[in-house]
Design a binder for this molecule. Structure first.
Ligand SMILES: *Cc1c(COP(=O)(O)O)cnc(C)c1O
Length: 462
């Protein structure tokens, strides 16, 4: 499989280079040159397959000949062996037509483990073969950071720098990152918000000399391999609920649009998806886009679902590429307009196509709280605020009653205990491996939102 840039001006690359490169040199994101498709008969045969087996089948075409099938199967098996539920991504039925897809059984209790546990192993595989080392950098609104750290820690092939917005991640999230003792891990708190952190990471990549000297690599959701790994649980859930004969709807708590875009990819691969509900908190840039066709980021407002406090959803560019009929020049022009005038507007044809699959709902803080309380009262299940945004949006999106609605549970409730306590009076308990999290010593540095300062910091440490 070859990959092309969404802006059409970077060389097409093979999987190994796309994995290790992250952002394309023209500023675009890599996407597969064509979508591998599974027939309905083949999807039917995969129903009931264990998660790891399904993953190998779905990921195989994207990796191509770059990794022998046996080696890929070993990596996948290892990636999911550490999950604390045998099903990896179990479904929990909420009522007659709604399910929770629990994506938080990995080592850091958020769905990002589903992709990063595998992506780190893929990095290690190729780097070891090349005898190479890279500097992995990532911006995090909370969950990516700890998931990347758990996935990459103590691997000789990579040095890791994770930037989080100071004071804007939950204490559990921060401690999951800053209490890891590993020589290859550096935590940095940036005096700014998540978008600032993301802009800094882009700035590091944009400096070609710095990028080459430090051998920069990214594990942010711009990395294609993450999207690829996330396709698996969409297919897994749909097959468990009667797919491919029956189409399923998904409600996706959305920030950077990586998860929702993986649902789109699953549909392109042949999975019958009735509807993808893009659930946002009050940072509603995507909801406004789907309503008006204009993408205009506003300043980020902090919310109780911090991993979704995002106004520049980087993976949205991948969807734009499809909506423009894979026209790299047009995507480049739209993104230039976004940089220059703070907005872009798509054609009405593109908007109509987007609305055929995507619905959006913006859920405010009060509705998020009410949903945590109601879900607990009605089903006995505690959900975290991100998951609650998804449940509220999915339930309001007008999905037909005969269509199963799968709400993606993106974090364990104990990761965001304050909101859960306020909504229900109950404190969700952390799994046993985190019992002493609040006693462990933290290690991190604080830097101002200044690209040159950040560059100097990284240079000094590698
Ligand atoms: C990262 C994250 C999201 C947002 O996912 P995107 O792929 O960035 O849209 C939602 N919920 C939780 C708990 C997350 O960690």
């Amino acid at each position: 499989m070859r990959y092309v840039s969404t802006r059409g001006r970077a060389p097409a690359l093979e999987f190994e280079d796309v994995l290790l490169t992250g952002l394309a040199v023209d500023g675009g994101l890599y996407v597969p040159e064509s979508w591998p498709r599974l027939s309905a008969a083949e999807l039917s045969r995969l129903a009931g397959a264990p998660y790891a087996e399904l993953a190998v089948r779905l990921i195989g075409p994207y990796v191509g000949a770059a990794i022998a099938e046996g080696a890929l199967a070993d990596m996948v098996a290892e990636a999911y062996a550490g999950f604390d539920h045998r099903a990896v991504a179990p479904l929990r039925q909420l009522d007659g037509s709604r399910w929770l897809l629990e994506l938080f059984h990995g080592p850091t209790l958020a769905f990002k483990d589903c992709a990063l546990q595998l992506v780190a192993r893929l990095f290690d595989h190729f780097l070891a073969r090349r005898g190479d080392r890279v500097t992995v950098i990532g911006a995090t609104s909370g969950d990516t950071g700890s998931a990347a750290i758990e996935a990459c820690r103590d691997r000789d092939s990579m040095m890791l720098f994770i930037f989080h917005p100071e004071g804007r991640v939950s204490e559990v999230q921060r401690r999951q990152m800053t209490t890891v003792v590993a020589a290859n891990v550096h935590n940095v708190a940036i005096q700014g918000n998540f978008d600032d952190c993301q802009t800094l990471v882009k700035g590091l990549f944009a400096d070609a000399a710095f990028r080459a000297a430090t051998r920069l690599a990214a594990v942010n959701s711009i990395n294609w391999a993450r999207v690829m790994a996330q396709v698996v649980y969409y297919v897994y859930a749909a097959l468990a609920l009667g797919g491919p004969a029956r189409a399923v709807a998904f409600a996706v708590p959305t920030g950077n649009f990586g998860n929702a875009y993986a649902g789109f990819a699953a549909q392109r691969m042949g999975l019958p998806v009735r509807q993808l509900v893009v659930a946002t908190n009050r940072n509603d840039v995507l909801a406004r886009f789907f309503a008006e066709g204009t993408y205009r980021p506003e300043p980020v407002v902090p919310s109780m679902s911090p991993s979704m406090d995002i106004q520049r959803a980087s993976n949205f560019e991948r969807l734009l590429f499809e909506l423009t009929g894979r026209d790299g020049d047009e995507v480049a022009a739209l993104m230039a307009s976004l940089d220059q005038s703070g907005a872009f507007t798509t054609t009405s044809a593109a908007l109509t196509e987007a609305r055929a699959l995507f619905t959006t709902r913006c859920i405010d803080e009060a509705e998020t709280m009410a949903t945590i309380a109601r879900t607990h009262a009605e089903t006995g299940t505690l959900v975290d605020p991100h998951t609650a945004v998804g449940i509220a949006a999915g339930s309001a999106a007008g999905v037909a009653a005969e269509t199963p609605l799968v709400c993606l549970a993106t974090a364990h409730p104990a990761k965001f205990p304050e909101a859960v306590v306020r909504a229900t009076g109950l404190k969700p308990s952390l799994p046993a491996q985190f019992a002493d999290l609040f006693e462990r010593e933290e290690r991190y540095d604080v830097l101002t939102n200044d690209l040159e300062e950040v560059k100097a910091y990284v240079r000094e440490r590698i």
